[in-house]
Design a protein around this ligand. Structure first.
Ligand SMILES: Cc1cc2nc3c(=O)[nH]c(=O)nc-3n(C[C@H](O)[C@H](O)[C@H](O)COP(=O)(O)OP(=O)(O)OC[C@H]3O[C@@H](n4cnc5c(N)ncnc54)[C@H](O)[C@@H]3O)c2cc1C
Length: 634
């Protein structure tokens, strides 16, 4: 606990508000040194009724998107046509996952990802708006944590209109400790809390401001610190009490400060909102319980991350189809460019294999959500994997398209070239690595923090001062943990059921290396003890080892399922190729755990941040930092 204190208020809060349920699932087991192939079989399939429903809604979406939304026009004007928004409301598309009894369409997670991917493949801005409303808007938090009365009151409304989630502030991005928004308790004469007054400013609320004066959403879910006096905010001894409120945007004191504009995802309505002495009644406190705001935020984000991954995959597939066409259509140096090894083999092959692995992971994670199984870690890994690898795919497509990749679709069309919007995809894809949990926070901060938790708890007993008896038991557990990593954790039957013979060697690799991972975590935890939390580069390597082992296993099981259930053997070669590449990456990552330049890197970073190279960097350029008068203090 002392160490947590030393790491600052943000880490203390994250620790205090952690969802402490033991992690279950394929990724959690990898940390325990097990590749649990039994979890990958039977491969989850939605019921026929659910599949039909998803298909029907997808068709409705297709019609609406094609007739009402011209993505190029949305990109140019930064506006989604009013008619399209009305149709989205009328069809109930803002309540895709809400229960039918409250006017929602009650799609399963698998169907929801399918439908949202379709939208993302057409118009990123529209997808961002729908996704914000359906996963982190008012509906999700009320569905998961609201009272019956709140469900009856709000869900029928938010299934028909966009809503938003207001968490981020100017000073509080990844780190909620600095959140300045507060909800001042209002008490009755008898001292009972009857309501709250909200004060503060929220940044980047998707579906919030429609322009500089009006809101898009009539309702926002707002996270604030609950206090009796504003002075409590600066009182270090007070543990912040985060609460979530449903706030009407036409309430007195709610004001648009500004609509924000972004590089991509144009047509997404997003901006800054001010709350000045806004009164909300107790019935607007979600769950009518203070202190649950953080949990509500995390709950909403969990499944949202799988949807972000699905949206990334949609653009990845879009890019691969462009690659396939362009690789055959474009000839340079007497050859189709796809036949130049650096393009076809160097880019397309690995991008295609990555896409297959992404799909396998996303379907597996969605299937777990549909069966009410824990998918917290899988969701986070899917999001980081799809946004990071997907970014490389989109960038490769831009490279393969050459100058045409960088030219806007509108300009291409004016010259008579097919208006392929790679430039728009490139601009719109980028924020996937930032929002709904940035890659750094999700990988080193969340997945590894949670994955090493069981070892950390034992290590704390072992290495801290205190009871010798407890230490003895902890040291036995430590030895047992290490010993376990030398023996396979499952019999061959699990693996045989889940994976086709042609891919089993890769599955065995995943099993072997999951044990090696557990060993690496145990031994490095013992080596670094309290210093371990600062080893983000090490955490990042562990994260990518986990991600690769999960991707390999899911790809093998998914290819095997497709072959067995649909007699489709095309994907064996893809899964095999993915695994061959992944094995090399995993081995390199383990090598880098043992031998690396981390110390040198730290030194370079430190001198850089101290300004040692400033004068050299400023030579021959007009420094924008100087132009703006910005100063850096280390
Ligand atoms: C298009 C868009 C839509 C958005 N929609 C919403 C919305 O609807 N509602 C809402 O509340 N917010 C929304 N956001 C905000 C988004 O969630 C934040 O941008 C995100 O949480 C990161 O916060 P930040 O931008 O302040 O970055 P910071 O927290 O300042 O981080 C800056 C960089 O430092 C890294 N970093 C931070 N801490 C650590 C650490 N401990 N270790 C290693 N690296 C670290 C981050 O990964 C990042 O790369 C949106 C943002 C965008 C761009």
């Amino acid at each position: 606990m002392d160490l947590i204190k030393k790491l600052g208020k943000g880490v203390q809060i994250a620790e205090a508000e952690r969802d402490r349920r033991r992690h279950e699932g394929f990724v959690a087991d990898l940390f325990r040194g097990k590749a649990s192939f039994s979890l990958l079989t039977p491969w989850h399939e939605s019921s026929h009724e659910e599949q039909d429903k998803a298909e029907r809604i997808a068709q409705e979406f297709k019609g609406l998107l094609r007739t009402c939304i011209d993505p190029e026009e949305v990109d140019r004007t930064d506006e989604v046509p009013g008619e399209a928004l009305e149709q989205l409301c009328r069809f109930g598309f803002f309540g895709l996952k809400l229960p039918e009894e409250y006017g929602g369409l009650q799609l399963s997670q698998t169907s929801y990802v399918k439908v949202m991917s379709l939208v993302a493949s057409w118009c990123g801005g529209t997808a961002a708006s729908l996704s914000a409303a359906n996963t982190i808007g008012v509906g999700g938090p009320i569905k998961h944590c609201g009272t019956l009365e709140q469900k009856q009151r709000y869900l029928p409304v938010v299934s028909r209109v966009p809503s938003g989630f207001a968490f981020t502030e100017k000073e509080a991005g990844s780190d909620p400790a600095s959140m300045g928004m507060y909800a001042l308790r209002v008490r009755s004469a008898s001292g009972e809390v009857i309501g709250y007054r909200l004060n503060g400013e929220k940044l980047w609320t998707t579906n919030g401001p429609k322009d500089d004066r009006r809101f898009l959403s009539p309702l926002l879910c707002v996270i604030a610190k609950t206090v009796d006096k504003p002075e409590e905010l600066s009182d270090e001894s007070k543990k912040p009490v985060f609460s979530a409120f449903v706030v009407s945007t036409d309430a007195e004191g709610v004001r648009v400060v500004q609509r924000c504009q972004f590089e991509g995802l144009r047509g997404m309505y997003n901006g800054v909102t001010e709350f000045k002495d806004v009164y909300v009644s107790k019935s607007q406190l979600i769950g009518e319980q203070e202190g649950t705001g953080f949990r509500i935020a995390l709950e909403a984000l969990n499944t949202g991350r799988i949807t972000v991954a699905g949206a990334c995959l949609a653009i990845v597939k879009q890019c691969l189809l462009i690659d396939r066409w362009w690789g055959c259509a474009r000839k340079q140096w007497g050859k189709k460019i796809g036949k130049h090894e650096l393009i076809g083999s160097g880019m397309f092959a690995s991008d295609l294999a990555d896409a297959f692995a992404m799909e396998a992971m996303i379907k597996f994670a969605s299937g777990r959500v549909d069966r009410d199984l824990d998918a917290r870690l899988e969701a986070a890994v899917c999001k980081v994997f799809a946004s990071e690898r997907g970014w490389r795919v989109v960038d490769n497509t831009m490279q393969a398209r050459g100058g045409r990749g960088y030219e806007t679709a509108r300009s291409l069309a004016r010259r008579g070239d097919p208006p392929i919007p790679v430039e728009r995809y490139h601009r719109s894809f980028r924020p996937n690595r930032i929002f709904e949990g940035s890659s750094e926070i999700l990988s080193a901060g969340y997945v590894i923090r949670e994955g090493v938790d069981e070892y950390k708890a034992r290590g704390e007993v072992l290495f801290s001062r205190g009871n010798l008896g407890k230490k003895f038991i902890a040291s036995l557990a430590f030895v047992a943990d290490v010993a376990r990593t030398f023996f396979p954790a499952f019999g061959g039957s699990q693996l045989r059921r889940a994976v086709h013979p042609s891919l089993r060697r890769h599955a065995r690799f995943a099993e072997r290396y999951s044990r090696k991972l557990a060993r690496s975590i145990i031994l490095n935890s013992a080596r670094y003890q309290n210093r371990l939390v600062h080893k983000q580069l090490l955490f990042n390597r562990w994260f990518w080892i986990v991600a690769e082992l999960f991707a390999m296993s899911a790809a093998c099981a998914y290819a095997s399922y497709l072959s067995a259930s649909q007699r489709d053997d095309r994907f064996f070669s893809l899964a095999d190729f993915y695994c061959r590449e992944a094995r090399i990456r995993v081995q390199n990552l383990f090598r880098a755990v043992a031998r690396n330049n981390d110390a040198a890197e730290r030194q370079v970073a430190e001198s850089f941040l101290k300004g040692r190279y400033d004068s050299w960097l400023k030579e021959d350029i007009i420094s924008i930092v100087d132009e703006l008068g910005l100063k850096a203090d280390y």
